[in-house]
Write a protein that binds this ligand. Structure first.
Ligand SMILES: Cc1cc2nc3c(=O)[nH]c(=O)nc-3n(C[C@H](O)[C@H](O)[C@H](O)COP(=O)(O)OP(=O)(O)OC[C@H]3O[C@@H](n4cnc5c(N)ncnc54)[C@H](O)[C@@H]3O)c2cc1C
Length: 399
């Protein structure tokens, strides 16, 4: 795999030039876009400040089906068919209608990259450069120079570096806070804690990944500092507090396109508000965006048509994100003594199946299963998911 080591010091030569597609950010969203462009003949470059797979950005848990349909199952570490929910007044094991897996971040990124035919450069993206002479090219400034392209993707995470800058900053912006430790260890159970001892609004988790545990706290309230209680949870579980990983997590959708730039993954707010699950949505929207851009580089549509198609697809999901945000705000208001019986009640198999199946359909794996080669033309691949989205909204509202 042609990954160059991160260039440091004098080895960091100047970077310039123009490409058919410029993707900023080489994690889930950026690599998913690049992979959809493989074989299109377009010159595609991906920029990231780190090597591909160098810095893990999450606990790396996804529905197993997503690893299957994307051909990434080789990165799987452990699989779970139940979720153990702890509250101060009791513990419930929910039998899931589908399995959930943890995976190895580096391996997954390498698998995605293996299928790309893009080039990769390590560079820190600083922002948009001055756009020249109205030729439709967008300039992006990096610490190694300026690169330009008519098709620019911001997959850089919540900072949304290539946007105009709307003062979207924690703790005032709708961002959650997440921090975890990665001690060595094994466990059979995928566990979450809804317990104010750890976090007033949010939850704690332990995601086993074969020989490592990912133990963390996510707070929906950005003002609540999670370091102390992440350490407390690790301590309560008798685990070491080592190898910290944390970030802000968006819990509201933002615009899909702005100033000619396409935003995807956390930069577009694609992380699900209630669960902070943002990997499969980064892949999902990344695939959809990659297909739109493929339509452009293959000459089937203009950049503006791709922007309109992608924005429409993004907007179709807005009601689901809004709905989950409502539940996110509701849970902290439930009195703790009612939580345990409520979760037991919700643990009835029919309800668990119903809710988890709807949850999976927010970003259904079927989208990834439609191969780029099966498409009949740009934009057409979306007619199928859009129809199912509408049908599903009707169903949820009816239920
Ligand atoms: C503690 C924690 C645990 C989580 N666990 C899960 C989980 O188990 N399952 C799940 O689905 N979601 C989880 N999430 C959410 C998930 O991590 C994100 O939603 C997901 O990573 C978004 O993918 P992305 O590709 O959009 O962005 P990211 O994965 O954040 O990638 C952004 C990329 O951009 C690069 N970059 C950033 N700034 C620059 C710059 N200036 N110049 C160059 N490169 C830059 C970064 O190096 C990185 O490679 C978790 C989040 C946190 C904080």
């Amino acid at each position: 795999m042609p990954i160059r080591a991160t260039k440091r010091g004098d080895e960091r030569g100047p970077l310039s030039g123009s490409y058919d597609v410029l993707i900023c950010g080489a994690s889930f969203a950026g690599l998913a876009v690049a992979r959809e462009l493989a074989g299109s003949g377009a010159s595609v470059v991906i920029l990231d400040r780190y090597e591909i797979g160098e810095r893990q950005t999450s606990a790396c848990g996804v529905p197993t089906e997503w690893l299957h349909v994307t051909g990434l199952i080789g990165a799987e570490r452990q699989r779970f068919d139940s979720l153990v929910v702890h509250t101060p007044h009791g513990t419930t094991r929910l039998q899931l209608p589908w399995t959930f897996s943890t995976f190895d971040y580096r391996e997954l990124c390498e698998l995605l990259w293996r299928d790309c035919d893009a080039s990769f450069e390590t560079a820190k993206v600083n922002g948009r450069g001055a756009t020249a002479n109205g030729d439709g090219m967008i300039a992006v400034e990096t610490d190694r120079g300026t690169v330009s392209s008519p098709l620019v993707v911001d997959a850089l995470g919540w900072r949304r570096i290539l946007a105009s800058g709307d003062g979207y900053q924690p703790p005032d912006a709708p961002l959650s806070r997440g921090l975890e430790v990665h001690p060595d260890g094994e466990s059979e159970d995928l566990e979450v804690w809804i317990d104010r001892r750890y976090v007033p609004a949010g939850y704690g988790w332990s995601f086993p990944a074969r020989d490592e545990l990912r133990i963390g706290i996510g707070s929906f309230d950005p003002r609540f500092h999670v370091r102390e209680t992440t350490e407390l949870l690790a301590e309560d579980l008798g685990r070491d507090r080592v190898r910290y990983q944390g970030n802000w997590i968006p819990h509201k959708l933002r615009r899909a396109t702005e100033g000619g730039v396409f935003f995807v993954g956390d930069s577009a707010g694609h992380c699900l508000p209630l669960t902070a699950e943002g990997i499969r949505t980064a892949l999902y929207f990344g695939i959809a965006l990659g297909r739109e851009l493929r339509g452009v580089v293959e000459g089937g549509q203009s950049r503006e048509q791709a922007a309109a198609g992608y924005a429409a697809f993004h907007d179709e999901h807005e009601w689901k994100f809004r709905w989950m945000l409502r539940v996110q705000k509701l849970i902290p208001k439930v009195p703790p003594r009612l939580l345990a019986p409520l979760i037991r009640l919700l643990g009835i198999k029919r309800f668990v199946d119903w809710s988890f199946n709807h949850y999976l359909k927010i970003a259904p794996p079927e989208l990834a299963a439609i191969s780029a080669h099966d498409q009949q033309g740009p934009g057409q691949q979306q007619s199928h998911p859009d129809q199912s989205l509408r049908a599903e909204r009707d169903l949820v509202e009816a239920e």
